[in-house]
Structures are given as C-alpha cells and as structure tokens.
Design a protein around this ligand. Structure first.
Ligand code: GLP
Length: 251
C-alpha cells in the first residue's frame, strides 16, 4: 500500500481527482469504479472543474458505482443515482449509457446483481476504483461480518450505516432503506488499481485498523492490504493514528 497524506481534505480530494484525470488521459476508454458519501464530493468538484477547463474528456469512459440503496433509483432524492447525477453525471460529457449504478428499484434484485457483475466483466473489469471508508470499516456496502460476498449482492445495512446516511433522508435514520446493493469484495479487489480516499478525524481509528491491523472480514477495508496496487490518500486528521505518524503532509 502506498500512503500519501495531505494537509487538508481539499488537497487530498484534489490529489485523488488528479490521479483519476491522469488515468483518463492515458486511457480515454477508462472503466472507473465510483464512490458516494461526503468524502468524494470535493473530488467530483475537481473533476467537473477539469472538464469545464477542457482538461478532461469522459466521452469514452464508463463508470460503475459501488453501491445503491435497495428500493431506490433514478428520480429518488436519497438514491446514490441522484447523488451521482448531481455531482458528476449531469456535469460532464459521460454518455448516459456508460454511467452505471446498481438499480435498487429493480423488481428482481437477484437478476440485477448478476446483471451488474456481468456488465463490469463485459467492460473488461475495473481499471481503477475510488473508494471511501465507512466509520465501521465498510467499503461500498460490504459491512463487517463473519463472511463477506465476492460479487455484487444484496446486503442488510447495519444501524450505524443507516445513521450515517440519515442526512440523505431528512435526518431520519428510520427512513434510510434497510438494505443495499453493493459490489462484493471480489469485484472491488478485481480492480487493477484502488484509490482509497479518507478524510477527517472521525475516521482516524478505522484508518489505522484497516491499514495496519490484521486482515479480517470484521474490518472489510483491511482486505485491501492484500491488493498489489492500492494508493491511500489521507488528510492529516485521518492519518493521525498511523504509526509511524504520517505527519509530513505533502502540501
Ligand atoms: C456510504 C457508502 C460508502 C462510503 C461511506 C462513507 O455508506 N455506501 O461507499 O464509503 O458511506 O461515507 P462518507 O464519505 O460520507 O463518510
């Protein structure tokens, strides 16, 4: 794992965006895995800025989001599809047919998860995936458990995850769907490169467990230690519990 620490969350997000842009320049038909959450908002802003400045072309790229709430999809305010439209899809020249998010509203979720997995495979697999980190160590919606799923699947969301997503549902955690559809850990680890972007003091403890603790399904992000090409981008606050301290931020 290659860990890089920046002084602020904004700089960390800019660094993640710069890596994505670099991939896109070298490989215009990039297949890119995408996260949601508060953390990547600044990264998406930087990508949109680059597009507007003529420094990014998404016309041949394909994106696959990590996850979606079961029961939600296009047109639903709390859905990750709506988040992606607001932060990226409607703001750059990514063709609509190439902007893929699991369809939480599909009447047949079993078919939907296998369709999604096959679609990633047909695209040639993920060239690069950007991940966030849940406070409980989850990646996508792969929640801490005794066993994890390899492929895209339906998962019961833990109360903590429903609480941290409550802001998408008017602050009411009871309104957050009970289940999600998520890429599995095998889908994620199948990406040729993984960029883990984590900012903020609230994640510092989990960053240290995920990066330096034992590999365990109880901390799904710890499985990333087994991947040969992971770049971890942190701000100083998120890196605070790492030892030796990552205390010399880049910029
Ligand atoms: C959600 C998403 C995850 C994301 C996590 C962290 O649960 N399913 O993919 O990494 O939130 O979000 P935040 O960046 O808001 O802390």
């Amino acid at each position: 794992m290659h860990v890089v620490t920046y002084a602020t969350a904004a700089r960390a997000a800019a660094a993640a965006a710069a890596r994505v842009l670099d991939h896109l320049r070298r490989q215009p038909a990039l297949v890119l895995g995408m996260p949601t959450g508060d953390t990547p908002v600044l990264m998406y802003r930087a990508l949109v800025r680059a597009y507007r400045a003529g420094r990014a072309d998404f016309s041949r790229a394909t994106t696959f989001n990590l996850d979606e709430f079961a029961g939600l999809g296009r047109g639903d305010a709390g859905s990750y599809r709506s988040y992606m439209e607001a932060h990226l899809f409607d703001r750059v020249n990514l063709p609509a047919r190439n902007a893929c998010v699991p369809d939480g509203r599909s009447a047949d979720w079993r078919r939907e998860v296998s369709r999604y997995e096959q679609r990633i495979a047909r695209a040639g697999g993920l060239d690069v995936i950007v991940l966030g980190l849940g406070r409980n160590g989850h990646i996508g919606f792969n929640e801490p458990a005794d066993q994890l799923q390899a492929h895209t699947h339906r998962v019961a969301l833990q109360p903590a995850t429903r609480r941290t997503n409550a802001h998408l549902f008017g602050g009411m955690w009871q309104a957050v769907p009970t289940h999600g559809l998520s890429m599995g850990v095998g889908t994620i680890l199948g990406a040729r490169q993984i960029i883990l972007l984590v900012t903020g003091a609230a994640k510092a403890r989990m960053v240290s467990r995920a990066l330096t603790g034992p590999i365990t399904t109880r901390v799904p992000a710890s499985l990333l230690q087994a991947h040969p090409d992971v770049i971890v981008i942190l701000d100083r606050a998120a890196a605070a519990n790492l030892w030796p301290p990552q205390s010399q931020p880049r910029r």
